[in-house]
Design a protein around this ligand. Structure first.
Ligand SMILES: Cc1cc2nc3c(=O)[nH]c(=O)nc-3n(C[C@H](O)[C@H](O)[C@H](O)COP(=O)(O)OP(=O)(O)OC[C@H]3O[C@@H](n4cnc5c(N)ncnc54)[C@H](O)[C@@H]3O)c2cc1C
Length: 335
């Protein structure tokens, strides 16, 4: 690791502006509880320090920015570079008037006179609870997704008929290549089911701005309680997983009997619940949750199990399941 980068990290840590670890186990930070060691793992605490860390890491070699690592399967061999986590970037506020040029532009383009501004590391349950406290509707479906705002924007996360892009007005990103910060007005065309253009050009999400529409507090609370109860009843809460492993198949794909069904339903019909490879297992409660049974599963076992599921499902249904969970190879994304 570059000594200048390490010196920068040490200096910033001494000032309390970040926390970093060398050879940090990624199994400790991912919801799957799987992964080898990252050469350096950094958690910046403020925007300037975050941008500087990303810029320097990009100059020094391989790096990735992660949120709560709730959609990631890390390589058993770890990550050969810097992993930058946003989980300490948690500012969340209700804006009633703009305080900067960027906020002015957001207000101009928005019919509401109130806007929620969230840092990329704010957790969705915290965003949903903040909205409830302020009588703001539209965030109820996000109440129990264990994701950060940044990670959720990159995947257009959602549940129970709500997607994070529904309330999104704009977001601020940082391009480390040219040290540029940019405000982007949200465009619905950039988002579809678990798909988004955010983060695909090497940019890092800094902030998101959301519509703050007034709602009935009792109704908001009721919807949140209902969503939480439904999740509790239908998903293996408490098990280590990365949520739904496969995307919902395209409605026109496969044999007629299976069209329009969710990946979980299809896996269930194929009789695969409970199937295991080593310590990786398909949950008996929900067919689309691959779980780390004992906490000792490896990425290799999860990948082998996923292949087994895909083959069995294709044989029976002619549907090709596609992964929602992202595998992070030790040399970086997309390998
Ligand atoms: C128990 C459980 C339940 C779940 N339920 C749901 C659900 O109901 N609906 C749903 O949609 N998902 C669900 N998920 C999956 C997961 O929470 C989402 O996919 C979420 O969007 C991932 O967010 P994250 O912060 O954990 O991002 P990570 O998993 O850390 O990262 C995801 C991607 O975003 C990138 N990224 C993260 N932050 C930034 C940033 N600031 N700038 C640039 N790139 C960034 C990463 O590089 C990576 O490519 C569930 C997961 C679990 C474990």
């Amino acid at each position: 690791m570059n000594t200048l980068f390490l010196r920068y990290l040490t200096e910033m840590q001494n000032k309390g502006r970040l926390k970093f670890y060398e050879n940090h186990s990624l199994s400790l930070v991912s919801t799957f509880g799987i992964g080898g060691r990252a050469r350096v793992f950094v958690m910046p605490r403020d925007e300037e320090c975050f941008k500087d860390t990303v810029r320097l890491a990009s100059i020094c070699g391989r790096y990735i920015v992660i949120g709560n690592a709730s959609n990631l399967l890390f390589d058993d061999r770890g990550f050969c570079g810097t992993v930058i986590s946003t989980v300490k970037l948690r500012s969340l506020e209700l804006l009633l008037s703009p305080r900067s040029r960027e906020e002015g532009i957001v207000f101009e383009g928005c019919r509401e006179r109130r806007i929620i501004k969230a840092s990329c590391g704010v957790m969705l349950p915290a965003l949903s609870a903040f909205a409830l406290k302020n009588g703001i509707k539209g965030f109820e479906g996000l109440c129990s997704i264990p994701a950060t705002v940044g990670g959720a924007l990159c995947l257009n996360a959602g549940a129970y008929g709500t997607e994070i892009s529904d309330m999104l007005v704009a977001y601020e990103v940082f391009f480390p290549q040219n040290d540029e910060k940019r405000l982007i007005i949200s465009d619905k065309k950039e988002f579809s089911y678990r798909k988004s253009s955010v983060g695909k050009q090497g940019e890092t999400v800094l902030y998101a701005y959301f519509l703050a529409q007034k709602g009935d507090e009792a109704q908001i609370r009721e919807r949140i309680e209902k969503n939480k109860a439904f999740r509790q009843a239908s998903q293996p809460i408490g098990e280590r997983s990365a949520g739904s492993y496969f995307k919902r198949p395209n409605e026109s794909e496969g044999l007629p009997d299976f069209r329009g069904k969710s990946a979980g339903e299809i896996i269930d019909i194929c009789g695969l619940k409970g199937t295991a490879v080593g310590e990786a297992q398909i949950s008996r409660k929900h067919g689309n949750f691959l779980i780390n049974k004992s906490g000792k599963a490896t990425a290799c076992e999860v990948l082998a199990l996923a292949e087994r599921v895909k083959k069995a499902v294709y044989k029976r249904t002619r549907i090709r399941l596609k992964e929602e969970v992202e595998f992070i190879h030790r040399l970086g994304k997309g390998r």
